[in-house]
Design a protein around this ligand. Structure first.
Ligand code: PMV
Length: 370
């Protein structure tokens, strides 16, 4: 008994979160959660998804995952699960979610008493090549917190609820922890944001200039194929990247500079840092061992056109990239008309099936009626 207690304390197991044997419940919960786009990038991690540097992102509005979790008592001593994407059973994601559940059992041991049927769908097209792990894992983490709250009432306080959801989401996919909040969100300890933490994200509620309240992000789909190297493998390669240490130092300096620019509405600095971060992320891929590239020729074409358009017109539009070839075009809402017409006239030829998503900063996840 002493050993069990000591073990539980060492593992920080939430022993209170276990159902009485004869009172294992059933029910259904559902959440929708958005994707996010990082400005200062998280690239490189330590054990337990602790980031090597702090990051900051915009939570998106229209690019969301909707997830419904139906649970019943498990007929074994461990959780069981079936996962459906757009109504079709998906074993690849089922394995991923199974690993995710394993990694959070110490935080929600009651999972092992349940059997889950999970249905998820994304509002953005499958073929868009947009990563759904941030929106998908955050929606799932919110559902699990909803189950905890419904049966144990441990997360009644909204801040506590969201913090736990962010902590769980981080263990599913690092960047997912930022999708739990709307607007600008910081993840990873940084002196630029005193309340920041490595285990969960925090929303940037103060010191945000109004220009960033409704910033636009038009996502230009350059290539919709599967990435040749996954983000998981990419993070791993940072352990041997010769530039890793300087990159982590640069990211921490960029956090200071960018958060100041966000507070003061300094768009020149915002653009300089955001674009440099995007290119540095891809430079890390190109300098990994083995090296690889996720940008496509049309990614470069679009980047060059955006820079030329900015210098010709003075309109503060810039780009950022995720770990893939697609280009996120970022600009203040007052320039929406001119930027959209520039995209439709000049950039459309570089896009896969003329595909783009007119998105922007959103308010974060929503609990759905079931
Ligand atoms: O959350 P992951 O493990 O898929 O890593 C994503 C990393 C980037 O999207 C490239 C950057 C970021 O901070 O979101």
């Amino acid at each position: 008994m002493v050993f069990v207690t000591t073990f539980a304390v060492m593992m920080e197991i939430e022993t209170a979160l276990i159902f009485e044997k004869n009172a294992i419940p059933q029910g259904t919960v559902a959440w929708q959660s958005p994707s996010n786009i990082a400005l200062v990038k998280y690239w490189g991690k330590k054990e337990h998804q602790i980031p090597c540097n702090a990051s900051v992102s915009f939570t998106l509005d229209k690019s969301v995952s909707k997830t419904t979790v139906h649970y019943t008592p498990s007929d074994s001593q461990a959780f069981q699960l079936a996962f459906y994407l757009d109504g079709e059973r998906n074993e690849k994601f089922e394995k991923k979610i199974s690993m995710f559940f394993q990694s959070i059992l110490h935080l929600q041991p009651f999972l092992n008493q349940l059997s889950f049927t999970i249905h998820s769908s994304n509002t953005f097209p499958h073929s868009a090549g947009i990563a759904s792990s941030a929106s998908g894992m955050s929606a799932l983490a919110l559902c699990l917190c909803q189950i905890e709250q419904n049966h144990f009432q441990t997360l009644t306080n909204t801040d506590t609820f969201l913090r736990k959801a962010s902590t769980l989401a981080r263990l599913g996919s690092g960047s997912a922890c930022r999708s739990v909040y709307g607007g600008l969100v910081v993840w990873g300890e940084t002196s630029a944001c005193p309340q920041s933490a490595n285990k969960y994200a925090v929303p940037l509620t103060e010191n945000v200039h109004p220009v960033f309240h409704d910033y636009c992000d038009t996502i230009l789909i350059i290539d919709a194929g599967q990435k040749s190297v996954s983000s998981r493998a990419g993070h791993e390669l940072m352990h041997t990247n010769p530039f890793a240490v300087s990159r982590f130092r640069q990211a921490s300096e960029n956090m200071e500079i960018l958060l100041k620019a966000i507070s003061g509405g300094d768009l020149d600095t915002f653009i300089r840092i955001t674009e440099s971060e995007a290119l540095t992320l891809h430079a890390m891929m190109m300098t990994s061992e083995p090296s690889y590239m996720l940008m496509r020729p049309n990614t470069i074409q679009v980047i060059e056109r955006i820079r030329a358009f900015r210098s010709e017109t003075g309109i503060p539009v810039c780009f950022t990239l995720d770990a893939g070839p697609n280009v996120h075009t970022l600009y203040p809402a007052i320039h929406k008309k001119e930027v959209l017409s520039f995209i439709k006239n000049e950039l459309i030829i570089y896009l896969y099936n003329s595909l783009m998503i007119e998105d922007g900063t959103g308010n974060g996840p929503k609990n759905l009626d079931v």
